[in-house]
Design a protein around this ligand. Structure first.
Ligand SMILES: Cc1cc2nc3c(=O)[nH]c(=O)nc-3n(C[C@H](O)[C@H](O)[C@H](O)COP(=O)(O)OP(=O)(O)OC[C@H]3O[C@@H](n4cnc5c(N)ncnc54)[C@H](O)[C@@H]3O)c2cc1C
Ligand code: FES
Length: 527
């Protein structure tokens, strides 16, 4: 397993930040609260609890670059990526207002935390522009959103066009008081603040089991356990739950490019369009120059066999709309968990004792959802009332999104049959360096990848979650499951993203040691 947890791509943030490192957990310990996962949700929760004087331990499988917070694009918004008129339909006007208020509070919290803790993370308050996507036939989409967003309490106005390089998108909604930051520098500063306030962080330690109730705590892969009065599962996707939450959310991959631009060529503002999947745009200024960051082209995890094409499509869109953009410096992809009714699941973990909590279902607003998790879970753990508790209740039924619920849960049914069908390749030895395939071997399916050095890595292709056959992701060099989005490292089969709670089964050492002296290695982004 690589330190960053993903084999193929590096985000702009990973290349321009050096977050602090933390030692693994080496002996049994006790804490008031044990938090699993050191992304923005886990560390914000740890920070809020440590501020209140609670003894917290954070256990992280990889390092601070290991999760999706290192792969984000860093838009901080109360103007959510699902429309407020849709939220009103699902949660009522009060619910939509609470959603807007909670995300605005999250942006304020990030700003305050950065200021109070002296975190240099390029935080800037900027405007956000929502434009009607070219090809979106809903002529009234901006007007409906304007009315609903205003009703939700947001400071929004209609403008004939966005500024400068945004103008050609035409009429727009201008949302005030949005923000952007460098998420990985913020995360590193937050980790240091947790430690300054008495918390402990252990990286390189995977949590394997979670107990609630009187003997609450976690067991880790390295042996030591953490005993705690409460446990928070902030692992992005819960790995301790087979179905309760996973049927209400779906895993997508989203794709991002960072292209060179002149310092003032594009407005320092956020831009999103109304397409599905939508495009999201911002700029970043780093020591080595300015970057235009464009994301989109989201696809269901593991159901997409042409991920390299999405970078090309994204680049074509970018060059059409931002012809001043220079060469591509970075391209990366990441994992987004879409709740069927748009809002995260934050609170008591359904089906477990009262002292086990989760934060998941981040959507494209996961930085603010993760920060809301820190605020809300600190309240719940302290026994305080929170106005947001019901809105984010993990046990809620998606009664107003039943169509999406049924669609998401039916989309993986065709993939269950793959376990019985023939593999795409029949011959492992035919794989050249850099190539991977699911191969039929005796009675089972083998996930076979030959690395750039010619070494074969062989694992069972059967996902340990509920038994679907994994698909190869050539961009991130991982095995991705088309059913509920679990992802596995191609080197050692370890879990990159749940819900699987364990890795792909390795196959015999003799097979794995088999070598090939074929052609030259391929770049992960080569066509
Ligand atoms: C390309 C991209 C662009 C995005 N853009 C935006 C944006 O502009 N604005 C926005 O608000 N959101 C955005 N998001 C979403 C947002 O970045 C994420 O939702 C958010 O960072 C997730 O934070 P997290 O703490 O929940 O999870 P993570 O950051 O993934 O952290 C979870 C951690 O848990 C660890 N872990 C998992 N299992 C275990 C285990 N068993 N034991 C120990 N540790 C474990 C993982 O290693 C990981 O470090 C984007 C996401 C992507 C991928
Ligand atoms: S993630 Fe559910 S079967 Fe693979």
């Amino acid at each position: 397993m690589t330190a960053s947890g993903e084999g193929g791509t590096t985000s702009l943030w990973m290349a321009t930040a050096a977050p602090p490192a933390f030692a693994p957990l080496r002996e049994d310990t006790h804490a008031d609260v044990c938090i699993v996962g050191a992304g923005i949700a886990g560390l914000t929760t740890a920070y809020r609890l440590a501020l209140e004087g609670r003894d917290v331990v954070v256990v992280e499988e990889r390092d601070l670059c290991g999760g999706q917070t290192a792969r984000t694009t860093g838009h901080l918004c109360s103007a959510l990526d699902d429309r407020f008129f849709q939220l009103e339909a699902m949660f009522g006007e009060d619910g939509a207002r609470l959603a807007a208020q909670s995300h605005a509070a999250a942006v304020d919290t990030i700003q305050d935390t950065a200021r109070n803790e002296g975190i240099d993370c390029d935080f800037e308050r900027i405007d956000g522009y929502l434009v009607r996507g070219f090809g979106d036939r809903r002529e009234d989409v901006l007007e409906r959103e304007f009315v609903a967003a205003r009703r939700a309490g947001l400071h929004v106005e209609r403008v004939a066009a966005g500024p400068d390089a945004f103008a050609h998108f035409g009429p727009a909604l201008r949302f005030h008081d949005q923000a952007r930051f460098h998420a990985l520098r913020y995360l590193g500063g937050l980790a240091e603040a947790v430690v300054r306030h008495g918390g402990r962080i252990h990286c390189g330690t995977r949590v394997e089991e979670i107990e609630g109730g009187r003997g609450a705590g976690v067991a880790t892969n390295a042996g030591p356990s953490v005993h705690a009065d409460a446990v928070v599962i902030a692992s992005h996707v819960p790995f301790n739950d087979r179905l309760a939450v996973h049927t209400k959310q779906a895993a997508y991959r989203t794709y991002v490019l960072a292209l060179r631009i002149a310092h003032d060529a594009v407005p320092d503002a956020l831009l999103w369009d109304t397409l599905d999947p939508y495009h999201y745009v911002r700029i970043a200024h780093e020591d080595d120059g300015s970057w235009l960051i464009v994301g989109g082209e989201d696809r269901k995890s593991g159901q997409d066999d042409t991920p390299r094409m999405h970078f090309r499509e994204l680049e074509a869109w970018t060059r059409e709309h931002f012809p001043m953009a220079g060469p591509v410096g970075y391209c990366w992809s990441g994992h987004i968990i879409e709740p069927v009714d748009s809002l995260a699941f934050i609170g008591h973990n359904p089906g477990l004792a009262d002292n086990v909590f989760i934060a998941t279902g981040d959507s494209g607003n996961g930085l603010t959802h993760g920060t809301i998790a820190g605020l809300l879970l600190a309240d719940l753990i302290a026994g305080r009332r929170s106005p947001w508790k019901e809105l984010y209740e993990p046990d809620r039924k998606p009664t107003h999104a039943l169509g999406d619920y049924a669609r998401e849960n039916a989309s993986f049914l065709p993939f269950y049959g793959e376990r019985l069908g023939a593999g795409a390749h029949e011959d492992i030895d035919a794989l050249v360096p850099g190539e991977a395939a699911v191969v039929r071997h005796h009675l089972g399916k083998v996930a076979a990848w030959r690395d750039m050095g010619g070494m074969l890595h062989l694992h069972s292709a059967v996902c340990p979650h509920l038994g679907c056959v994994v698909h190869w992701n050539p961009v991130e060099r991982s095995w991705d499951c088309p059913c509920h989005g679990s992802r596995f490292d191609a080197h050692d089969g370890s879990v990159l993203n749940g819900p699987a709670d364990r890795g792909l089964t390795p196959l015999s050492p003799e097979l794995r040691a088999s070598r090939h002296s074929g052609s030259e290695p391929r770049s992960p982004l080569a066509p």
